[in-house]
Ligand binder design. Structure first.
Ligand code: 13P
Ligand code: SF4
Length: 308
């Protein structure tokens, strides 16, 4: 039996579902029941009737699934699948920050820990961030955390001032504007599309800015064209399947002279073998203490309600 056949058999035996993010390796995406962006994945986690959720993504995503589906077993192929952005917002420091501004509504990007979500009024993802901010009365001051690049982008789009936490994603901060412009000279017909975790100078060059699912939907409208894609390189797998005739070029990172691509090392610690093993052993499991889970659920549910 191949590894994939073993995974398929275990899935049936255990009534399990495999949810994968677009940044996972192609072989993991291909074995998944659903591949999506952070919003789509949390919606699936909330509605699944499976007994076991195998979360092929990073820790905060699996944690969100556990908060939404506490009675289900949620497993992550490798507990080292963290996130630099989530790590850039430690709970103690964030608590002090929000205590200094008690009149502010706290909006957090889903890329943060359950402890941070438990201190939050509304969670958002990159696909609904503008809608979430616009749902808050205009005269209400807002704290936005942890991603300063997404925060700046929202401020520019909505005209709203927000107090930003100074966090960022190491992958999206690594894109080089000089190398991007050089690449653009080689492909002058190409359209640049970017994820809003990228820095402002990269976003300025982009014809479209959106979540991973948003970027895929955008290229589907122009299936014959050339695109320079500024986000984690794993997205190219699903994107190319959706638009086989498009030319997809990964945006270059600063210190990358070999493959001209940007990989998230956290996402890539998951492998097909580890996915198989976590399903077989039902370990490592994600757990969230009840007092934190109950508080963190409220802002996630607000987001899901506003995203319908
Ligand atoms: P989305 O898939 O929601 O756009 O998020 C990208 C990301 O960085 C996930 O870690
Ligand atoms: Fe975190 Fe960035 Fe990796 Fe996404 S790409 S999981 S934000 S480090």
């Amino acid at each position: 039996m191949t590894l994939i056949e073993k995974i398929e058999r275990l899935k049936k035996e255990k009534n399990a579902v495999i949810l994968a993010h677009y940044y996972q390796t192609p072989e993991i995406q291909d074995v998944a029941d659903y591949v999506g962006d952070s919003l789509g994945l949390s919606q699936k986690a909330a509605e699944t009737s499976a007994d076991v959720i195998v979360f092929a993504g990073v820790h905060f995503m699996a944690e969100t699934a556990k908060i939404l589906s506490p009675d289900k077993i949620v497993v992550l192929p490798d507990l080292n699948a963290g996130c630099s952005l989530a790590d850039s917002c430690p709970p103690e420091a964030f608590k002090k920050f929000i205590e200094k501004h008690p009149d502010h509504t706290v909006v957090t990007y889903v890329n943060c820990s359950a402890e941070i979500k438990a201190m939050t009024d509304i969670v958002c993802t990159s696909s609904n961030a503008l809608k979430i901010i616009e749902s808050i009365p205009e005269d209400q001051p807002i704290i936005f955390a942890p991603d300063r690049n997404l925060g700046k982008y929202i401020m520019k789009q909505t005209g709203r001032e927000m107090l930003l936490w100074d966090g960022s994603c190491i992958v999206h901060e690594a894109f080089s504007i000089d190398k991007l412009l050089e690449l653009y000279k080689q492909y002058p017909q190409a359209t640049i599309i970017a994820h809003p975790e990228s820095e402002e100078h990269i976003l300025k060059t982009a014809a479209y800015i959106g979540s991973t699912a948003g970027m895929i939907n955008y290229v589907k409208v122009h299936p014959e064209e050339q695109f320079i894609v500024a986000t984690e390189v794993g997205i190219l797998h699903k994107m190319q399947q959706e638009v086989p005739n498009a030319t997809l070029i990964p945006a270059p990172a600063e210190d990358d002279n070999t493959c001209a691509c940007s990989e998230c090392a956290f996402m890539k610690v998951n492998t097909l073998q580890k996915l198989h093993d976590c399903l077989l052993n039902e370990s490592p499991q994600i757990g969230v203490p009840n007092n934190i889970r109950e508080k963190a659920l409220v802002p996630i549910q607000r987001m899901l309600e506003l995203s319908k």
